[in-house]
Design a protein around this ligand. Structure first.
Ligand code: ADP
Ligand code: C5P
Ligand code: MG
Length: 283
């Protein structure tokens, strides 16, 4: 499904640029609309007092129109606040559970179980990036390949555009419950996603010792074909996880939005913890 995804960052949903209204100002339109092709009837004769009142009225109207035109012509300040950004999926529209944890902690394994058992839509940010990298003609293929191999974080614009597109497609098809796996891996991703796409319900955090994750990844690397399941890349990924991704877990933890799981356990035992965590959050 994701191989079909087209990444087009220019018109992507982020560019909700508010253009200024170039329409003719109302006051001018009103003035124009009073123009007539037939000459007006001659004015009735006026008394001197009436003439003075009329003169004052014209003066007052003139200064009002001039002030109005002046205010329309003045350029707006660059620091003027822009229109408020709206979130793509307001509260209650969809449910998003972030799934975080070190590489090899078992996130994908548990998400796959939840898809089968609970009908969640599983969106792995890493899988979406690999699909985009493999897509013919992708502008971001090389960049993604390099980041993955080096264990660094792909610029948020790319990952968030892919996620937003995948959520929209699934939402259009009727899906409401999403597991967003391996995301957000950096603070900017966390903040942008929650501001522009949807607030997360909570985060499932997969705790696991590095040595256990290393053994699992080396084992997975025998068959995964992944360019980053090797000791060099794994070491870099661990560092990125501690330095860049853990602050995201701490950020949500401070908001009381993290449930921690002990993942140095057999798959079924972790699965039980996952189910309890979802129950405890009413999902
Ligand atoms: P992640 O998505 O967090 O990187 P995966 O779900 O791909 O991790 O799991 C990494 C490797 O570890 C896979 O080969 C998987 O089969 C294995 N694995 C996952 N969970 C467990 C577990 N609880 N115990 C033992 N091996 C596991
Ligand atoms: O989650 P997974 O291990 O599949 O991620 C593989 C790689 O994809 C990461 O090491 C990173 O380079 C990239 N990635 C990213 N931002 C994310 C998720 C993954 O840059 N949110
Ligand atoms: Mg994974």
């Amino acid at each position: 499904m994701f191989a079909r995804t087209r990444l087009n960052l220019a018109p992507v949903q982020f560019s909700r640029i508010i253009t200024r209204n170039n329409a003719v100002p109302k006051c001018i339109r009103r003035l124009n609309s009073t123009k007539s092709t037939t000459p007006p009837p001659p004015p009735p004769p006026r008394s001197p007092k009436g003439k003075i009142l009329l003169f004052m009225g014209v003066l007052a109207l003139g200064s009002t129109v001039a002030a109005s035109l002046r205010s329309k012509a003045e350029p707006k300040s660059a620091v003027e606040p822009t229109a408020k950004q709206t979130v793509a999926f307001p509260e209650g529209e969809i449910s998003v559970v972030f799934v975080l944890g070190g590489p090899g902690s078992g996130k994908g394994t548990q998400c796959n179980k939840l898809v089968k058992e609970r009908g969640f839509i599983h969106l792995s940010a890493g899988d979406l990036l690999r699909a985009e990298q493999a897509r013919q003609g992708s502008k971001y293929g090389e960049l993604i390949a390099q980041c993955i191999k080096e264990g660094t974080i792909v610029p948020q614009e790319v990952t968030i555009a892919l996620l937003e597109q995948a959520i929209k497609e699934n939402h259009d098809a009727g899906a409401r419950n999403f597991l967003v796996d391996g995301f957000p891996r950096k603070m900017d991703q966390a903040i942008t996603f929650e501001e522009k796409i949807a607030k997360s319900a909570f985060t499932l955090f997969f705790e696991c010792p590095e040595q256990v994750m290393l053994n699992r990844l080396l084992e997975r690397g025998k068959t995964s074909g992944r360019t980053d399941d090797n000791i060099d890349s794994i070491t870099k990924r661990f560092r990125t996880f501690v330095e860049t991704s853990m602050p995201v877990v701490d950020y949500f933890d401070k908001q009381g939005k993290v449930v921690k799981l002990n993942c140095d356990q057999p798959v079924d035992s972790v699965s039980e913890q996952v189910k309890k965590a979802l129950e405890s959050r009413g999902i």
